[in-house]
Design a protein around this ligand. Structure first.
Ligand code: NAD
Length: 335
């Protein structure tokens, strides 16, 4: 076969085909309408990574392996995030987790890790100016998202004004988190949709995406969405020494922070946290697909930096996929 830059033509073709498929699936997924299970999507991504490992010249900046999310739709106005929103690298077993920790600890001393649940929702960016919510946007491609301010204003957990009674409110605060539909609300919504002869949602994530991306915020207001914040972007008038310190301030300002986050001192304790939630996966009111481990010290985070799509100071430990079980399986499903 023809070889260009050391890459056989059929490999180049497969790479192009996979990239296109993955981009199409991502677009549908972020619209709340995926057409394949996540495990199938992950398999396509794994094949793409495999090709790029064998033929590094295929790893161009526009490859799905190097990008965050998907380009936005034209249903909402485009907004540029103040600071880029990223994705996370994954570990699928204890060896991959240990390899990540080794890479980090070979470079720098880590005193503490933060263990958090990986909420299977939608990444949303909030901007507060002088303590007032001025904008909310989807992650989009990480640089530009969709303006969903009116819809996010209907979420009770998201304060319109930050509380300055415990801690002075910063001039500017960009905060990131996950919007989700609690399990009970998901079941009630589906029961209602079915009662109205409408298709049900396959899982809470799709239901949350579909509810948040309504053109009419009055429809969103009928869906009891919730949110938990897990990161800070641009900020002025405040500084954070540790990620856990940021969470304390966010909580003081009235932002919804998870009470299941733990600061631990060793990789063994990280493993215990992972094992605990593997056993108690259904305790939270939201779905989780893993655990996120972050280096707690912000100055260490800065030293470690990021790749084009993910920070080097954090990793998502993914649990094996679960079969979707819903009491509504026998009815028409809106994927
Ligand atoms: P991701 O969901 O694996 O991880 C990154 C995201 O995790 C962040 O953007 C953040 O919003 C979120 N997150 C949740 N809890 C967090 C916490 N405590 N701290 C920090 N971040 C937290 O990455 P991704 O790039 O958004 O998407 C990849 C995932 O989406 C894969 O699981 C893939 O299977 C799925 N996907 C599926 C399809 C499909 O067609 N089925 C298409 C595209 C993507």
């Amino acid at each position: 076969s023809t070889i260009v830059d050391g890459v056989p033509a059929e490999v180049r073709e497969r790479h192009a085909e996979l990239s296109q498929d993955i981009d199409d699936h991502s677009y549908r997924y972020y619209m709340g309408r995926p057409t394949i299970p996540d495990a199938d999507y992950d398999a396509l991504m794994l094949e793409l990574r495999g090709l790029e490992e064998r033929y590094p010249s295929l790893r161009t900046p526009d490859s799905p392996t190097q990008k965050v999310g998907a380009p936005i739709s034209n249903e909402f106005a485009a907004v540029e995030h103040l600071e880029r929103m990223q994705s996370l690298d994954n570990a699928f077993d204890p060896e991959q987790l240990a390899a990540w920790a080794n890479r980090v600890e070979n470079e720098i001393t880590v005193d503490a890790y933060l263990c958090e649940l990986k909420i299977d929702g939608l990444a949303v960016d909030l901007v507060y100016e002088k303590g007032r919510l001025v904008r909310a946007a989807t992650r989009g491609d990480g640089r530009v998202g969709e303006d969903i301010t009116l819809n996010v204003r209907t979420i009770q957990a998201v304060p319109e004004v930050l509380d300055g009674s415990l801690q002075p409110v910063p001039d500017l605060l960009e905060v990131r988190g996950e919007v989700f539909l609690p399990g009970k609300a998901f079941e009630e919504l589906n029961a209602r949709l079915v009662g109205e002869g409408k298709p049900a949602f396959r899982n809470p994530r799709n239901a949350a995406a579909g509810s948040l991306r309504q053109k009419d915020p009055r429809v969103t207001a009928t869906r009891p969405l919730s949110m938990l914040v897990h990161g800070v972007g641009a900020h002025e008038g405040v500084s954070f020494t540790h990620q856990s310190h940021a969470y304390e301030l966010l909580a003081a300002w009235g932002l919804p922070v998870s009470d299941r986050t733990r600061v631990v001192g060793s990789l063994d304790e990280v493993r215990s946290y992972i094992d605990h939630y593997a056993e108690h996966r259904h305790d939270p009111e939201y779905e989780i697909d893993g655990v996120v481990i972050k280096v707690d010290d912000v100055s260490v985070q800065r030293r470690l930096g990021s790749t084009s799509r993910a920070p080097r100071w954090a990793i998502a430990y993914k649990y094996p996929p679960e079969e979707v079980t819903t009491r509504l399986l026998d009815i028409r499903v809106n994927v």
